[in-house]
Design a protein around this ligand. Structure first.
Ligand SMILES: NC(=O)C1=CN([C@@H]2O[C@H](COP(=O)(O)OP(=O)(O)OC[C@H]3O[C@@H](n4cnc5c(N)ncnc54)[C@H](OP(=O)(O)O)[C@@H]3O)[C@@H](O)[C@H]2O)C=CC1
Ligand SMILES: CC(=O)[C@@H](O)[C@H](O)COP(=O)(O)O
Ligand SMILES: [Mn+2]
Length: 375
């Protein structure tokens, strides 16, 4: 799901290289690429969430036997498809939540890239996964690294701490004053990774690390005090696990998402695939430092939402999606993102132990709060 995006396109490279087959492909509006992917991978179903795009796709694929569906209904149909054993969720944003939950309820393996799902509804998704026997295998590079470092450890009490690495983004070392002048094109230049626009901006504000902090809490059922963040500019050590005997295990690799994507699809096995190898003799020195929460307030705001729990993390995420959307349209400045998120957090009430409807309501209220403040 999200086959036309950065993760989706790389997933199809992995799928082709590993000789796997595709049951369904979904996108929002990118019908030209979706048509090309459908002709190459021959899924039984393609979905364009956007209705007009789906009408166009129906015409484009009229000479094939590939079914075309649309809207939220189509996404849910793809997520539940009988012939699929695994659903790779690479839709961006909270739009991925309901399809992910639907696949979880069908007991599928979820190769989870869509971190916003875990941020908004991680508790609910994990509980449903336990109930329905669904495996959730992370694709996000840090969480995949932790997942790999946890292999062979059956008892979570052995783990003292998860250590998430952060690149620091394009503005590492900048002051708040300098950050006020950041332009969209500067924010879209990640130092190490080529990714979709939304996550690239999140990396620049450090909100990405805040979302990943919450994602790690939910995926590994860890309290916030057992998760640390270190800045690692080189993005070679993808994250680490510290055990109670002081052993620290890390996963290293090139900055290439095809490896975590592949591992989520093949786990517990490893196979030869298209990811670039890591050449230790040509690596830069590996450095580690502290994140600057004063200059990058998004990280502290996200960690506060993590500690509050309930719908606080859905409010955080909804406000951030709305604010990043406005920044991408060049309607607000870079430092308006944390300000708008913080304001939404202060005006939208938090509900504890929420159901899906309450999570979605919190998401809508947070977006409204951002739009009405930014107007
Ligand atoms: N890119 C990366 O390296 C990494 C990404 N992630 C996470 O993976 C997810 C995907 O990121 P990325 O691939 O960068 O994002 P992109 O923006 O590149 O791709 C997003 C995909 O989702 C589809 N989409 C967008 N909106 C909707 C919607 N409302 N309904 C259905 N489909 C929709 C897009 O379709 P269309 O093309 O038609 O717009 C596209 O296929 C995010 O949650 C991100 O945080 C995590 C780690 C690394
Ligand atoms: C590739 C990946 O997983 C991204 O989430 C990446 O980690 C972004 O890097 P930073 O947020 O550390 O800049
Ligand atoms: Mn990541």
């Amino acid at each position: 799901m999200g086959s036309t995006g950065s993760i989706g396109r790389q997933a199809l490279e992995v799928i082709e290289a590993c000789g796997m087959s595709v049951a369904a492909l979904t996108a929002n509006r990118s019908v030209e690429l979706l048509e090309r992917q459908a002709r190459r991978f021959r899924p039984e179903l393609t979905v364009a969430a956007d209705e007009k795009a789906a009408s166009d796709l129906r015409v484009r694929l009229a000479d094939t036997d590939i079914r075309v569906a649309s809207g939220q209904e189509g996404l849910l149909e793809a997520a539940a498809l009988e012939s699929a054993d695994t659903v790779l969720t690479a839709v961006v944003g909270v739009a991925g939540l309901e399809p992910t939950l639907c696949a979880v309820r069908r007991g599928k393996r979820i190769a989870l890239a869509n971190k916003e799902t875990m941020v908004c509804a991680g508790q609910l998704v994990m509980d449903e996964a336990d109930r329905c026997g669904a495996e959730i295998v992370p694709v996000d590079s840090e969480h995949s690294a932790i997942f790999q470092c946890l292999q062979g450890s059956g008892d979570r009490r052995e783990v003292r701490r998860l250590i998430l690495t952060a690149s620091g983004g394009p503005f590492y070392g900048w002051s708040r004053e300098q950050l006020r002048e950041v332009t969209l094109s500067q924010a879209l230049k990640h130092p190490n990774w080529a990714m979709g626009a939304k996550i690239t901006v999140d990396s620049a504000t450090l909100m990405n690390k805040g979302l990943e902090f919450i994602e790690a809490m939910r995926l590994y059922r860890m309290p916030p005090e057992k998760i640390s963040i270190v800045v690692h500019r080189e993005s070679i050590v993808h994250s680490l696990v510290e055990y109670c005997d002081n052993a620290v295990l890390a996963q290293l690799g090139a900055a290439d998402m095809r490896l975590p994507i592949q591992y989520a699809l093949t786990w517990p096995e490893r196979t030869i695939g298209p990811a670039r190898p890591l050449d230790l003799l040509h690596c830069p020195p590996l450095t580690f430092g502290m994140p600057d929460c004063e200059a990058f307030p998004c990280l502290a705001i996200a960690m506060e939402a993590a500690r509050t729990g309930g719908t606080a993390t859905a409010i955080l995420n909804g406000a951030n999606e709305a604010a990043v959307g406005l920044f991408l349209e060049e309607r607000i400045g870079f430092m308006d993102i944390p300000a708008l998120v913080e304001r939404a957090m202060s005006v939208v009430p938090v509900v504890q132990a929420p159901q899906l409807e309450q999570i979605m309501a919190a998401d809508r209220a947070a977006r409204d709060a951002v739009r009405s403040t930014a107007r």
